[in-house]
Design a protein. Sequence first.
Length: 519
Amino acid sequence: MKQFNAYQPLSILAETLQQTHLNTLFASNSQRFADFHVQMPGAMLDFSKQKITQEVLDGLIGMAEEANLADWINRLINGDELNHTEGRKAWHTALRNMSDPIPEVAEAWQKMAYIVDELHQKQMRGYSGKAITDVVNIGVGGSDLGPLMITHALEMQQLPSSPQIHFVSTLDGRQLQSILAKTNPETTLFIVASKSFTTIDTLSLAETAKSWILNSCQNHSEAMRHFIGISTSPEKMGEWGILPQMQLAFWDWVGGRFSMWSTIGLTVAIQLGMDGFKQMLKGAHEVDEHFRKTPFRENIPVLIGLIGIWNTNFLKLAGQAILPYDSRLKHFASYLEQLEMESNGKHTQRNGEFVDYRTCPILWGEVGPNAQHAFYQLLHQGTERVMSDFILFKEGQGSGERAAFHQNLNIANCLAQSRAMMVGQDSDNPHKHYPGDQVSNTLLMTRVDAHHLGMLVAIYEHKVFTQSVIWNINPFDQWGVELGKKLAMGILDSIDRQDASELDQSTQGILQQIWEHKA
Ligand code: F6P
């Protein structure tokens, strides 16, 4: 990053600002909120509680300009082959452009709409002729987290005609066992969601589900009416036995963690109907337009990205907490863990050279009111300096006096925590001393619905892209996950042979203990 002209001046500013308390920044500028918040319809970003000054902002924007961020954004949205290590585009933005859809995307929407309609009209039937009542999405990572996060958040908006939706991802089989225990094979439909259709987690669970159906329906082709496949590989879906009419396509130019906008979002479409699914696409598309057309100084994803760079590379903060103040966003932090850390958790630049600067910080999170009673202690009085994103919605859920009370309590707690982190508290009792000075963003959105969730996810996708451009890394591959998968297959083989002699001592020791244990 030292090649940027702005690097040196920003480093000097960082030395001063590290020593300057946020309280001082507020005391010296009565316009601080006015100066450091931006908005677009449906979303407002307050970054006044960051250690940012106009000079810092100028430097960061200068760095984005030097990195040709505007050009990169155009290339992303125009579908250039930005995922160069895999020779692919990363064209998730095309999936939400409904005014000018790509023909194969429009065709996939039609097939999704047909399936959704059949389910809602109770015309999709299992082997015994009974209508489907339960849909189980089997998938992991990008084939799980996005739809899981959205369908959980919008549970209360589920159409009355929708079947019940379940998610299974873990290869230990426990989640699947508990769902199979409460569902009926005659009326359960499985969605086998896997971009590659090679992921052992997903395929092993799908095999277990297949045996479960075959236990009660011996006719193989009737049993296969219980399986929808979603993948970029029709061949592999066909080999596994997915019937042609039950196959939904997507394309290698959609990254796994960017795929909830594709047919991978089928469960969202089932829950909300195609109109609801398209509301989500529309929200995301509005952010795409904002990202492409808005000057950096007012551009929400660009600013969140640049602020993250400032905190990570200049102020040397180590962690990023994600704190949504709405329990409907229970799975949002897990979703972002994949989006951010699988995208930018890398040490290699685009040209193959190793970086000599930090890239993606450790990101974690939890629904804010719960996190207050768990890890906020560290944010208030720990030794780590952490940046936090508070995510708050103007509207709560439900109506009436109690609902209004809970929403006000929720708003008060969100604002109290970001304020406490900023202001701190002096005390003669060292145990009650709070240093404050912990930086945060607050993203204020209108309400939790498909449109705003589409916006929220797209904001973070583009934050990640902005940072990748500055860090000069390819955010669209994930080679780092391969080694563990390869080693797991070798260890599985050792377990099958009950011979760990070729493995390291620690692995041998653990296996030995497992083998010696008499269950
Ligand atoms: O192992 C990581 C990963 O490849 C993710 O990038 C992806 O979202 C997940 O596995 C699932 O992959 P697939 O959809 O191909 O089963």
